[in-house]
Design a binder for this molecule. Structure first.
Ligand code: KG4
Ligand code: ZN
Length: 332
């Protein structure tokens, strides 16, 4: 079973080939340096860059995996959530390939795909498990009961965690994307220098990060005109995010009795948060499973893997999704 996966929901043009459930290639053309000058992703620019890169990225993914179009059995493509124009580029490419080679086309939900990135682990989680899907656009706590059976327990009421990283990074003058910049700055900072409260501490599965972002901005304003302790602010903010995720994960475990937790989405590339979460959960005998670094942020590998598991669950599927358009809803 050879599956091509295509991802163009935001600012990475990516394609991957999965052969019998193994990722054989994963080509990611990042647009970060073009968006950096604007301090964030510019949707129109993203669509144009996807259009420019998609053919070369798909060609490279096939070549790296040693397959040709005629060897493919199915194509998976992100159909949402994401930027509409950006999604359309991947969808158009995938529909064209499926039509010409006469193979099925699988619409893949980007958030589900972040979870499937952990199937690169030699010991993947067993159902049911808890998933923390923490990216630039979403922050969701979910219970995964079976393949493609996901129950959302809670999500952010406002900013996503990745978005908070990006905004805090901007006020600290650390640039875009904020996650890696804050993580690096925080290594030289004192994480107890500033005390920020855990948001929604007593609100069950509910999450919210705009208040924390505002608290950091207020702390920054105290230093206007003077020297700002950037590293301490970065470290204290990052610690509060880790504390929050630990607190919410422990709450979820206590309420559900689940023994495995998946941490995925772009923010799961943060080594500090990965370590803090893993240590805190292991104390209660819970295993944390995190994708390998290259499969945390957006990538075609997770799309192709999701499509592979979809085909396993739906043998004989022959959809061509002629009618499928970008799905902009937040649901999984
Ligand atoms: O999953 P992703 O690549 O795209 C979306 O689906 O949104 O996540 C991107 C987000 C950005 O907000 C970025 O700042 C954050 O993930 N991110 C990180 C790290 N690397 C990326 N956040 C914290 N620490 C990191 N090392
Ligand atoms: Zn993502």
């Amino acid at each position: 079973m050879n599956i091509l996966g295509i991802e163009t929901s935001c600012d990475e043009t990516s394609a991957s080939v999965v052969v019998d459930g193994q990722i054989m290639s994963n080509v990611v053309a990042s647009q970060i340096k073009w968006h950096q000058q604007y301090g964030g992703v510019v949707p129109e620019l993203a669509s144009r860059m996807h259009t420019e890169k998609i053919n070369r990225v798909v060609g490279q993914a096939l070549q790296d995996a040693g397959v040709t179009f005629s060897d493919l059995n199915a194509v998976g493509v992100t159909y949402g959530p994401g930027l509409e124009g950006a999604l359309l580029v991947g969808l158009t490419a995938a529909k064209t390939i499926a039509k010409i080679t006469n193979i099925p086309l699988i619409p893949v939900n980007h958030l589900q795909a972040h979870i499937y990135a952990v199937y690169t682990d030699p010991v993947p989680p067993e159902f049911p498990f808890l998933a923390l899907i923490i990216s630039g656009g979403h922050s969701i706590i979910a219970q995964v009961n079976d393949h493609f059976k996901i129950e959302i327990l809670g999500s952010t009421r406002d900013d996503a965690i990745g978005e908070a990283f990006d905004k805090v990074s901007r006020v600290l003058g650390l640039g875009y994307p904020g996650g890696p910049a804050i993580e690096k700055s925080a290594r030289d900072g004192n994480e107890t220098a500033f005390k920020f409260a855990i948001p929604m501490k007593h609100e069950g599965y509910e999450l919210s990060f705009s208040g924390l972002k505002t608290a950091v901005i207020s702390a920054v304003q105290q230093f206007s005109g003077g020297e700002m302790p950037v590293n301490d602010l970065a470290a204290s903010f990052q610690k509060t995010i880790a504390d929050t995720l630990i607190h919410k994960a422990k709450f979820a475990i206590a309420n559900s009795n689940l023994k495995e937790v998946v941490f995925c989405g772009g923010v799961s590339a943060n080594s500090y948060i990965r370590t803090r979460l893993a240590d805190a959960l292991s104390e209660s005998g819970t295993r944390l499973i995190v994708p390998a670094f290259q499969y945390c942020t957006d990538n075609g590998g997770m799309i192709a893997l999701t499509a592979y598991y979809f085909m396993q669950q739906h043998p004989g599927y022959s959809g061509t999704i002629n009618s499928v358009k970008p799905n902009l809803s937040l649901c999984i």
